[in-house]
Design a protein around this ligand. Structure first.
Ligand code: ZN
Length: 211
């Protein structure tokens, strides 16, 4: 049974406004794309990498440039393990709070640390003027399903249900390798992977190009 929950999945009329952004891949193949936002940080990311290695899964990490600068060895491990990476700005900036030229400069700064043509805007927010410019420079990757793992008011059972109720073929699924998400993430991610495997889903990293 699917509940309507715009925090987990945005209504179609919104996603159809941003046609150049990717919200979901093939609707026919049972393939899902795990994504991890806001790292890399030593407190959480290595734990995620260990789990993915054990499960034989490749995923995509939308990295904050400042974290890559601070923890280059954690970032290097992501790449060595064969995962994809994407730009999530240098300071986790929300587009609508900044002038375009400052926002673009922040993304350019992140690009000196993150060599990728994938971009995901923090909090999913961009001004239309920013979207128009960025879609020419990057492949903008949004999501089909946000687990809300970062919300400490949500119990792990609810975060798990966000996955089991909303996942579908081609889903891009958003988790967070952040301190805030850690309690939910460490409890839910292993269960969610197991459950999706039982449902016959395969996992792939989002292909990316170095720029
Ligand atoms: Zn983020």
């Amino acid at each position: 049974m699917k509940h309507f929950d715009p925090r987990v999945r945005l209504p179609g009329f919104i996603t159809s406004l941003c046609k150049s952004a990717v919200w979901r891949f093939s609707e026919t193949e049972r393939v899902v794309y795990l994504t991890f936002d806001d790292g890399p940080i030593p407190e959480v990311t290595p734990w995620v990498l260990d789990l993915l290695r054990k499960e034989g899964i490749r995923a995509t990490f939308f990295c904050v440039g400042e974290n890559v600068m601070k923890y280059p060895e954690v970032y290097r491990q992501i790449l060595e393990d064969g995962h994809s990476v994407g730009n999530h700005t240098f300071n986790h900036w929300q587009g609508q709070k900044h002038f375009d030229k400052d926002y673009f400069r922040n993304i350019e700064k992140a690009k000196t640390y993150i060599d990728s043509d994938l971009f995901r805007p923090p909090h999913g927010w961009l001004k239309l003027s920013q979207y128009r410019v960025l879609k020419k420079k990057f492949r903008i990757i949004m999501w089909d399903l946000i687990t809300c793992d970062y919300d400490s008011r949500l119990k792990p059972e609810k975060v798990f249900r966000n996955v089991t109720e909303f996942v579908r073929p081609g889903s891009i699924i958003t988790f967070h390798d952040s301190i805030k998400a850690k309690p939910n993430l460490t409890e839910v991610l292993p269960q969610a992977i197991r459950w999706m495997k039982e449902q016959g889903y395969r996992f792939e990293a989002i292909p990316y190009n170095k720029k």
